[in-house]
Write a protein that binds this ligand. Structure first.
Ligand SMILES: C[S@@+](CC[C@H](N)C(=O)[O-])C[C@H]1O[C@@H](n2cnc3c(N)ncnc32)[C@H](O)[C@@H]1O
Length: 246
């Protein structure tokens, strides 16, 4: 399968520097750190799944001797991540076939990464893999874009400027399959010219009842669902906290 993040990898952190995105990263960290405290879990081993360029992974390293692992299937994204920290163990694996011989206190998976898993069976497999990886009492935090958001995104075409580059975003939503395809057409500045780069990423939404059932079937308990962002009064992004019972 072609990696949709291959072309995006060198551009990803330019987008992630946006203050709105940095605020979302800070909220992910604050909510999992608060959950670890209230559940009396010491994060000695942290695994960040779909870690991308490591923005959700590297903060775990600061001022600690804990073991931190970042997992992603995109070699391009991991290449950027490796430059940020030699303390993190960067692993190239697909979440659907995840095999790490260890027990983690906390597993995270952020920035709609699980929306990239398009089949319910595939997501179930990911949850089973996470349950195997977590030690009893361990916590799993992830976030998802909602169906409302995926539909809403398909209603507009926009032009964005990112540093010296620009891209247009056009999103299509297929109501039969429930899959949204995000098309980006980048104009990447190179000297006096622009290089055209096309990227397309597919996402699917899952509702809370299905997530709860799938987590339960994997041996995990859904502890809470928090609405992180709303649009027109409707949730567009939610953060889920699950625990592996002791
Ligand atoms: C939107 S990025 C999020 C990256 C990072 N968590 C962040 O917040 O900046 C989604 C990432 O999920 C990864 N990804 C998607 N599906 C995956 C899978 N099945 N296995 C491993 N990585 C996957 C992509 O390669 C990409 O790096």
């Amino acid at each position: 399968m072609r990696d949709p993040y291959r072309e995006l990898a060198p551009l990803y952190d330019l987008m992630a520097a946006d203050t709105g995105i940095q605020a979302i990263y800070a909220e992910f960290q604050a909510s999992i750190r608060e959950a670890l405290k209230s559940h009396h879990v010491g994060p000695r081993v942290v695994v960040d799944l779909a870690c991308g360029t490591g923005n959700t992974t590297v903060p775990w390293v600061a001022g600690s001797r804990r073991t931190v692992i970042g997992v992603d299937r995109s070699e391009g994204m991991l290449r950027v991540a490796r430059r940020k920290s030699a303390r993190v163990r960067w692993v190239r694996q697909d979440l659907e076939r995840l095999r790490l011989d260890m027990q983690a206190d906390v597993v995270t998976c952020h920035f709609d990464a699980l929306n990239h898993v398009l089949g319910a069976d595939d997501l179930q497999r990911v949850f089973v893999n996470v349950a195997r990886l977590l030690r009893p009492g361990g916590l799993f935090q992830f976030d998802l874009n909602t169906l409302y958001f995926l539909r809403w995104l398909s209603t507009s075409e926009k032009l964005f400027r990112v540093g010296p580059h620009a891209f247009t975003a056009y999103n299509a939503f297929d109501s039969k399959s429930g899959v949204a395809t995000f098309h980006q057409l980048w104009f990447v500045k190179q000297g006096r010219l622009f290089r055209k780069v096309e990227v397309s990423v597919r996402e699917r939404a899952f509702d809370d009842a299905d997530i709860r059932l799938m987590l339960r079937a994997a041996g995990l308990r859904l502890e809470r669902v928090t609405v992180q962002r709303r649009l027109n009064g409707r949730p567009v992004r939610k953060v889920y906290l699950a625990a592996k019972p002791r």
